[in-house]
Design a protein around this ligand. Structure first.
Ligand code: FES
Ligand SMILES: [Fe+2]
Length: 346
């Protein structure tokens, strides 16, 4: 499978890589080592020692870098060998390093051409800025291709069937939906009227349980699979600005062709204090049950049915609710083709 290279992927939550920790994570079929130096700067380098190919994450953090567990070569965050216990440093003792940026409570990795790694191209997840918001963070591992996850988030018509007891309601079928595209960004909007919510959402939105509500979920997608939802509700008949909404992030990075990393969060502004923090944690905990117990088994079952086949080669039937997901797939395919052309022309 070809992956988009010149794009920012999430590699980890900021706190998944603690100081002194050596974190191994497979991203785009490559084993990557994530670690922080003594100044707390995060780094990403290839995890395979160039001597006898030991995994560096089994070694240890040393001043200036990491030490291979096997014969003790040391590498810094730029992938250069900084110490050979047996003498001079061989020229070939170098591992690939990847641009890595800590932003919006996440570590973003660039696995394409390093000179094109422009941090301003990281999509706006400022709702996760730790200086502004409390971020309730979660991670799941998914045994399915990452684009199936994009389909899942951009086509929320599934909540009526897959999540009847937790997120769905019978109003979903009559939702008003729209899709728009701004450059390579896809925005998919969904609104239901007279909806009855699960109890935990009433508590989140501070609306009396059982009140019919107008409920909206607006999703912004950026390649490769970075999605930000603004989800809110207001008692039916009232304007949106009298309701309560939250930002919810869903971000996926391919681990392999058929497995993915999944990071999601709920944020509340720091000004909401302990109550806002507790509410964000309760919300993300409430969402985890349907994500983990209902979406993941479906995604994994889909992947098993698809096997190694290319998605479009199976000629999927298209339904009205697919508009956002299909648009995102088209944009992703266009960006992949552009990268292929660029590589072919150089
Ligand atoms: S395998 Fe790393 S130093 Fe030998
Ligand atoms: Fe779902």
């Amino acid at each position: 499978m070809q992956y988009l290279r010149n794009v920012w992927y999430v590699a980890a939550w900021d706190d998944e890589v603690a100081s002194e920790a050596l974190v191994q994570r497979t991203l785009l079929n490559e084993s990557i080592l994530l670690f922080r130096d003594e100044e707390n700067q995060p780094h990403a380098i290839a995890n395979r020692c160039p001597h006898r190919f030991a995994p560096l994450h089994l070694g240890k953090r040393v001043i200036g870098g990491v030490q291979c567990p096997y014969h003790g070569l040391q590498f810094n965050g730029q992938g250069q060998c900084i110490h050979n216990p047996q003498g001079a440093i061989p020229k070939a003792a170098v591992v690939r390093s990847y641009p890595l940026v800590e932003k919006y409570s996440m570590l973003w990795i660039w696995m394409g051409e390093p000179e094109q790694a422009d941090p301003s191209k990281i999509p706006d997840f400022s709702c996760q800025d730790p200086n502004e918001s409390y971020v309730a963070k979660r991670y799941l591992h998914v045994k399915a291709n990452y684009v199936l996850e994009t389909d899942n988030i951009l086509d929320l018509s599934h909540i009526q069937f897959l999540h009847p007891g937790s997120l769905g309601s019978s109003a979903v079928a009559s939702a008003i939906t729209s899709v728009e595209q701004q450059g390579n960004t896809v925005i998919s909007k969904r609104q239901t009227v007279g909806d009855i919510l699960p109890e935990f959402l009433y508590r989140q939105r501070r609306i009396p349980v059982g009140t019919p509500v107008d409920r909206w979920i607006d999703v912004r997608w950026d390649a490769p699979a970075s999605m930000l939802l603004e989800a809110g509700s207001v008692a039916t008949g009232n304007p949106r600005n009298e309701g309560v909404s939250n930002f919810i992030a869903h971000i996926f990075t391919p681990e392999t062709d058929t497995t993915s990393h999944y990071w999601y969060s709920v944020c509340n502004p720091l000004s909401t204090g302990d109550e806002g923090r507790d509410r964000a944690e309760a919300f993300v905990t409430g969402l985890t049950q349907p994500f983990r117990d209902e979406d993941l088994p479906m995604l994994e079952a889909q992947q098993q049915m698809i096997g190694e086949a290319e998605f479009w080669s199976l000629k999927p039937v298209l339904l009205a609710g697919d508009a956002g997901a299909v648009r995102a797939r088209r944009v992703l395919d266009k960006m992949l083709a552009e990268e292929r052309d660029l590589i072919a022309s150089t």
